[in-house]
Design a protein around this ligand. Sequence first.
Ligand SMILES: *Cc1c(COP(=O)(O)O)cnc(C)c1O
Length: 390
Amino acid sequence: MHVAESKLQQSLPIITKKFNKHYVPKQREKMSKVYNFSAGPAVLNEQVLKNAAAAAIEFAGSGMSLMEMSHRSKPVVAMFDEAEANVRELLEVPAEFKILFLQGGASLQFHTAPLNLLKDGDKVDYADTGSWSAKAIKEAKALANVNVCCSSKESTYNHIPETSNQSEDAVYLHFTSNNTIYGTQFKDWPTPVNKDAYLVSDMSSDIFSRPIDWSKFGLVYAGAQKNIGPSGLTVVIVRESLLGQTGRAIPTILNYDTHIQAESMFHTPPVFGVHVANETFKWLKSIGGVKAIQVVNERKASNLYAEIDRNSLFSCPTVNKDRSSMNVVFVLSDAELDAEFLAFAKERNLETLKGHRSIGGFRASIYNAMPEAGVDALIAAMQEFEKAKA
Ligand SMILES: *Cc1c(COP(=O)(O)O)cnc(C)c1O
């Protein structure tokens, strides 16, 4: 174990205490708010929301709401700089990567990423691990020679397949690090077979939940509304040396270089969203950063999976080793009871547990901002439900 890691292990009880203290404010004890297990837009830390509320009224002593302020004003530019520095610090992003705050969601990146990275006819590998991967593949196919190097579609995306069918000459390997709908997650970063190739990843639903090994990556993108802040903001982190080589005409607003040169202010950016994201970054730093939250995430997930496996009424359709620590998918063995369990949970202030419409059952999204008390309350409800049905 690394020195830094063992130090972290020692300080974990303190970090956890800090996390819970930061997390469970007084009104949570009275349950005036629910525990929101939505997959996205998703739960945000309560202090983050309070700070956002304050900025909605007045920002930085300006006498104005943040929503009324120019993105070129000093306080807003300073806030953008701080947000960027916080991303760099939290994810240990090396200097050769640029950090961009954009719009259009992860869905626009399905197109923009290949558009900025590939020449006509370039070959790329894509891992097909769920609906979002499939959408990324569809968009890439319009621009490149796409090889789907693996797919778990045949087994309803219940596991992460080996990326074994890669092409020797792929420019990059694209993968969805966490499959929000199916509840699976790459626990290790895949390795491209072409040693000159790099990884491109849609990390919309698990960015900031664990560290990233940047040496393997060319590009990471994420919509903010899962693990960062409100919808309308997209974070893109790109290795700058990969750009400017496509030989194609890229529309100005879709060109990463445009946004690098303009420091994410080429046009009016989503200022309020960046502020809320920055408040999340500050909160994450205050509880020990990404490595600390990773430990909390793993504990929340393993407690919940343990209950699903133990409880005679519930089961988890995903293969054990690939189970997501962010989106926990589970089913009742008697699907007739689905509506009753949802109502039972709702009575206990446990909301939006219904599974995605494409697979049914239940999904508990337990992103960074979901307090451990929320997961504990869900576990208690499952145990009570089991007793009630015995
Ligand atoms: C939610 C989600 C998307 C879609 O994001 P938008 O910001 O709505 O475009 C893409 N990929 C993954 C993994 C997601 O969870």
